[in-house]
Every structure is written in C-alpha cells, then in structure tokens.
Design a binder for this molecule. Structure first.
Ligand code: GDP
Length: 251
C-alpha cells in the first residue's frame, strides 16, 4: 500500500516534466545564471513619461491572464517581481524594470550589462469600457511606434487557444508598422507534447496565410521553465549584437 502511494506520488510529480527533453528541464539553472538581478523602476502613463535612457528595451504584451507576470517572474527568477510592482491600477501603465545580466562574448569572457524589461498592459482589456480600451490601445501603439529603445516586443499567446482575432489583428498591425516582435506561447505545461506541437503548428500555419516569413517563435511554461533558456538566449544574442555594433561605432 505504501509502495503504491509512493509510486502514485512520484508518478504525478514527475508527469508534468515527462515530455520535456532532458536538456530543457536541466537548463533552468543556466537561465537564471544569465539574469542576475531585476528591479522595478517606474510605471508610466505614456511613452513620453518613460525613462530617458539609452538602454535596450524588451517589452512583453498579451491579453489579461495570458501568463505575462508569471513569465517575467520566471525569467528573472523572482516570483514577486511583476506582481509587487503591479498594484491595482498599475496594470494599465507601462512598467519598467531594470535588468542586469551576464553577457558571454566570443572569447568566453563574461561581462555584465543592463537592459530594460517592460511590462505592457494587455490590449483589449476585458473589464475596461470602450473609452478606456481605446485610450489603452493608443498608449500601446504610441509606445510601440515611438519608443526608439524598443528592440523586441514579445507577444504572448496562450498555447491552448485557437488563434484569436484580437491577437491576429495586433500581430498584423505590428508587421505593417515595422515593429520588431516575436511570439511567445505560454502555459506549455498545460498540454501534452503532441497537442502542444499541433497547436503551435496550427498557429504558425494561420500566420503563414498572410505572412511570407514567421517571426521568432518560443514555447514556454512558467511552471516548468520550458523555453526560458531559448528566450534569454535570444535576448542575449540581440544584446551581444548591440554591444558589438556599439564598439564598432566607437572605433
Ligand atoms: P497575466 O494576467 O498575463 O499577468 O497572467 P498571470 O501571470 O497572472 O497568470 C494568470 C494565471 O495563469 C495564474 O493563475 C497563473 O498561475 C497561471 N499561469 C501563468 N503561467 C502559467 C504556466 O506557464 N503554467 C501554468 N500551469 N499556469 C500558469
């Protein structure tokens, strides 16, 4: 009986990791090594109020409940980061965090660099009235178009859902406006491996109906750490290009 209980416990606690390739599960420590520290700076009502800084910015956006705070917290290894700064009301603002991370260069030496992580309010915020939704839309669009420091906008999509009109419209608008973006599927642990793959493929095919090329796509889970390494590596690779381009300009 005891053996059965133990077996059941082990079976259910391991099940959610069962479909993950070993490397992905083991790499969590590596993810957390790259981001050393992250702290909340400021919440701004408009792009013109955002920090005057030349640091590169990576922004996260998605509909309410998509798992944005959880993903930010997972990447920064701080379960309270996004929630503590997002007191009621602040979710409708542009939230800036200062991140310090390690950048390994070609010679494998490591340097510390800083960048901004930006938590944007969700478009189509359900509880808001039409007037507030329009104001929010304008604020998001102004940020995307006018924030020169923005190097990549991560658009979060719940992997369990069919492509939603509001997400597709927003993605189309990003493409037409020339805003650099990537798609991040969230809550990957909530589906079995095959279902997850099918949903992601279906989404990509839907995008290919109107796009010649796909943007970078990441599949993540804040529960298991899935995709954390890929996402932070992607940010690191852009940071490395920016540092290299910056030192070339100074020559
Ligand atoms: P936000 O409104 O987009 O910031 O979403 P939250 O990060 O607050 O997440 C909304 C709900 O989804 C919470 O109950 C989270 O615990 C849950 N959640 C978020 N990410 C994941 C995930 O990767 N896996 C699972 N199983 N639940 C998640």
């Amino acid at each position: 009986m005891l053996f059965f209980q133990l077996y059941k416990y082990l079976y259910f606690s391991c099940r959610k990791f069962a479909y993950l390739p070993k490397k992905q599960y083991l790499c969590r420590a590596k993810v957390f090594k790259m981001i050393k520290n992250a702290s909340y700076i400021i919440s701004s009502p408009d792009v013109k109020d955002c920090p005057q800084s030349t640091l590169p910015e990576y922004a996260f956006i998605g509909r309410s409940n998509v798992g944005k705070s959880s993903l930010i917290n997972m990447l920064c290894h701080n379960p309270k980061l996004a929630k503590t700064s997002q007191k009621p009301g602040k979710t409708l603002l542009i939230n800036h965090f200062l991140v310090e991370s390690q950048l390994s260069n070609i010679q494998s030496s490591i340097s510390n660099i800083q960048w901004h992580l930006v938590d944007l309010p969700g478009y189509g915020y359900a509880q808001a009235g039409q007037k507030q939704r329009d104001a929010l839309k304008r604020m998001i669009e102004r940020y995307c178009l006018l924030r020169e420091q923005l190097v990549c906008l991560f658009v979060l999509v719940d992997c369990r859902h069919e492509p939603q009109k509001i997400d597709l419209e927003f993605i189309r608008w990003l493409g037409e406006s020339g805003v650099p973006f990537a798609i991040v599927f969230t809550k990957g642990d909530k589906l079995g491996r095959m279902r997850l793959q099918d949903n992601v493929e279906a989404y990509k095919n839907r995008l290919l109906d109107e796009w010649e090329e796909l943007p970078p796509v990441f599949v993540t889970s804040s529960e298991t750490g899935l995709g954390g390494e890929e996402l932070t590596n992607y940010i690191e690779s852009i940071n490395r290009d920016l540092v290299t381009a910056g030192s070339r300009d100074n020559e």
